[in-house]
Design a protein around this ligand. Structure first.
Ligand SMILES: C[S@@+](CC[C@H](N)C(=O)[O-])C[C@H]1O[C@@H](n2cnc3c(N)ncnc32)[C@H](O)[C@@H]1O
Length: 267
């Protein structure tokens, strides 16, 4: 009850709607913030959220997990190359929506893959997240150099066709993604809970985002993706999420059972 009131306060004051996120996730994050900031109770936290913008920003950060990496789950990218790329090649223009893109690693990975498959020049990528801090980072495309070894390994495991070091420039302790990868990417703020769909999209990628939502909200967002996709469009949810138990399951054919890649049925 106290946590529900806290989420209500966050929504009313800041417009961020966590009311239908999974209860277990929210409870874990709120209690962790309680301990870290040494706050007495959740109602005290509610007071802080309403009157202290810095604290509210901290809590918003806690509630939206931004963990990501390049070529995360290499088998996902392998499945894209083997199963999805042949379908993408049949279209003369591809609009791809990456929802919940965090700091952009996943988007640059896809840009690299599309480049290697000769598809990047006819693709427009819309990369969205509801957290403007991560979007700013994503747009810059600068990552710690120390991560590149792991990313290069992921890239190799994903069925790579080139050399990972060709896609970034090393500068001091940083790796800066190559400008050619950025040219067809539009970074935009979009909230999956409160904003509307993207019309006429050939492909939607949304991985490791819906795990934080309860079943009803997942279903609502599946509807958003369904409405955004053209007939025959591809929905990629990744290996942690699925359309199982969703009202929209019957509207899609399964292309890859493990990586949860679906194709919208023609109607
Ligand atoms: C764990 S990250 C996943 C990043 C990337 N998709 C991946 O799989 O590596 C989850 C992202 O979802 C975003 N997110 C959470 N709730 C959201 C919402 N309602 N609308 C848009 N993005 C949201 C968070 O800000 C975060 O960047």
């Amino acid at each position: 009850m106290e946590i529900e009131l806290l989420l209500e306060a966050v929504f009313r004051k800041y417009g961020y709607d966590f009311r239908e996120y999974s209860k277990a996730h929210v409870k874990r994050r709120v209690l962790s913030r309680l301990r870290l900031s040494r706050i007495e109770s959740v109602s005290m936290m509610q007071h802080l959220v309403l009157h202290d913008a810095d604290f509210a920003a901290l809590l918003l950060k806690d509630l939206s997990i931004n963990v990501t990496e390049m070529f995360r789950d290499p088998n996902f990218y392998k499945a894209i190359r083997e199963t999805v790329v042949p379908i993408l090649k049949t279209w003369s223009y591809i609009k791809l929506w990456h929802a919940g893109c965090s700091t952009g690693e996943e988007v640059y990975s896809m840009a690299i893959l599309l480049k290697e498959e000769g598809l990047y020049d006819r693709t427009q990528i819309y990369a969205t997240d509801f957290n403007h801090h991560v979007l700013k980072h994503a747009k810059e495309g600068i990552y710690p150099a120390e991560l590149m070894k792991k990313y290069a390994k992921n890239y190799q495991d994903s069925g790579a066709k080139g050399s990972f070091s060709d896609y970034y420039h090393a500068q001091y302790d940083s790796a800066i993604m190559d400008a050619s990868l950025k040219k067809n990417i539009v970074w935009a703020n979009h909230n999956l809970v409160t904003d509307s769909d993207f019309a006429e999209t050939q492909m939607v990628v949304c991985r490791n985002v819906l795990i934080y939502f309860n079943k009803e909200l997942q279903n609502k967002v599946h509807g958003l993706f369904h409405n955004s996709l053209v007939n025959g469009g591809i929905l990629c949810l990744g290996n942690k999420e699925s359309l199982q138990f969703s009202e929209y399951q019957s509207h899609f054919d399964v292309l890859d059972k493990k990586q949860k890649i679906y194709k919208k049925k023609y109607r």
